[in-house]
Design a protein around this ligand. Structure first.
Ligand SMILES: Cc1ncc(COP(=O)(O)O)c(C=O)c1O
Length: 393
């Protein structure tokens, strides 16, 4: 009988189980919203990236349904063959004016935008200077590009300068950081890094996946928040988080965008969004521009919840955004915290190595604009109960 050539995978999974790191997927049986149902349980949901609650916003649903009725459910092709619909072009124009750049290209996901862009614009002769906590999609793009990769300690612009000093002036360089770091919720060193990029002639790139719709005027992102407009050559944003739908985009010069139309592999070799996704994103941009109070509500909830966790005595790291980690230490402790909270009716996902350092396992919380004070207070009460039970506070 043929031996299973994939048997080693089961061994690896057994190791994860022994280490307490095996995770079953939590299944959402309801809408993605602040209070909802996962795995048969009614929970306050602190695990989604649905910052503004737009996944279920009536105006977005209405526009998505209309686009399906008008244009069908799929685009039927990649963008470069027959899959560029007028609504895709309209979304790119709207995003460019939202981000105040010459042009925008939309990708199927934020992951594809990061990985596809870095891999397209660099080659083996080039060098990338990258924050140690940058997102996996940046890391994969760096590897795909075959450029040399130099990592600087988190947010340490002085260390980035030391790396830059030793590089040949003529070598092409990309300096890259997340705008908001997805596991810690702190902000990239944009002003210092933009100055360095100018001084050393680097391409400056920022992944604003968690900042679009959250930071800056009308949610324009960290470039607006730090007022470094015109100093960042490549801005990446997602349509999958605060915008509530799916996708990613690159904002920059017309030449950059046209180059990506020709060379970014996810753009060239993967089918474009269904028209309903583009319509949903357009409706989300209307909301950001016309109803900025929704962003104020997100920040009011963020301040309330973060202060609540801190006054209970939890270690919330250095977060400056609605992403607030509750650091538990060992993986097993973080997973226990997450599991016990879930039993008590609060969904806050546990995050462990290799996503974060071995001794910094945590549960990661994100509040949204649509959480009520009662829901947030309920969650804080449960954090207090379980935190005391596990000796974290
Ligand atoms: C910092 C960061 N960049 C990029 C992405 C990828 O975005 P998407 O989920 O749209 O692929 C994520 C999300 O998972 C992220 O956290």
């Amino acid at each position: 009988m043929r031996q299973d050539p994939l048997a080693y995978l089961s061994t690896e999974l057994d190791t994860l189980r022994q280490q307490g790191l095996y995770r079953s997927l939590r299944v959402l049986e309801d809408r993605q919203q602040a209070a909802t149902h996962f795995d048969g349980r009614s929970v306050v949901n602190l695990s989604s990236n649905n910052y503004l609650g737009l996944t279920t916003h009536p105006k977005l649903i209405e526009k998505a349904i209309k686009a399906i009725t008008d244009f069908g459910v799929g685009s039927g092709s990649v963008r470069t063959i027959a899959g560029t619909m007028s609504i895709h072009m309209e979304l790119e124009r709207r995003l460019a004016s939202f981000k105040k750049t010459e042009a925008v290209v939309v990708f199927q996901s934020g992951f594809a935008a990061n990985a596809g862009t870095v891999a397209a614009i660099l080659n083996k002769d080039d060098v990338i200077i990258s924050d140690e906590l940058n997102h996996a999609s940046i890391i994969d793009g760096c590897r795909l590009s075959k450029a040399a990769i130099k990592i600087f300690p988190h947010k340490d612009a002085d260390a980035a300068r030391r790396i830059l000093k030793d590089l040949p002036a003529a070598q092409r360089k990309l300096l890259i950081t997340d705008g908001v770091f997805s596991m810690d919720g702190d902000l990239g060193a944009l002003p210092a890094l933009s100055s360095l990029a100018e001084e050393y002639g680097c391409i400056m790139m920022v992944d604003d996946a968690h900042a679009s719709g959250v930071f800056g005027k009308h949610g324009r992102g960290t470039i607006d928040h730090f007022d470094v407009h015109g100093r960042v050559d490549i801005q990446v944003g997602t349509l999958s988080k605060a915008i509530g739908a799916l996708g990613g985009y690159v904002a920059g010069s017309r030449a950059l965008i046209e180059f990506l139309y020709h060379r970014a592999r996810p753009f060239l070799f993967s089918t474009s969004h269904p028209p309903s996704v583009a319509a949903t994103c357009l409706a989300a941009l209307d909301i950001l521009e016309q109803e900025p109070a929704i962003i104020d509500r997100l920040w009011e909830n963020t301040r309330f919840f973060k202060a609540g966790l801190q006054s209970l005595g939890f270690n919330t790291g250095l977060s400056e955004s609605p992403i607030t980690p509750v650091i538990a230490g060992e993986s097993i402790r973080a997973m226990k915290l997450s599991d016990r909270l879930f039993e008590e009716g609060v969904f806050a996902q546990g995050i462990a190595f290799p996503t974060v350092a071995r001794d910094k396992a945590r549960v990661r919380t994100i509040v949204t604009a649509t959480h009520t004070r009662d829901e947030l207070q309920f969650a804080l009460d449960k954090f207090q109960k379980v935190g005391q039970e596990l000796g974290l506070i």
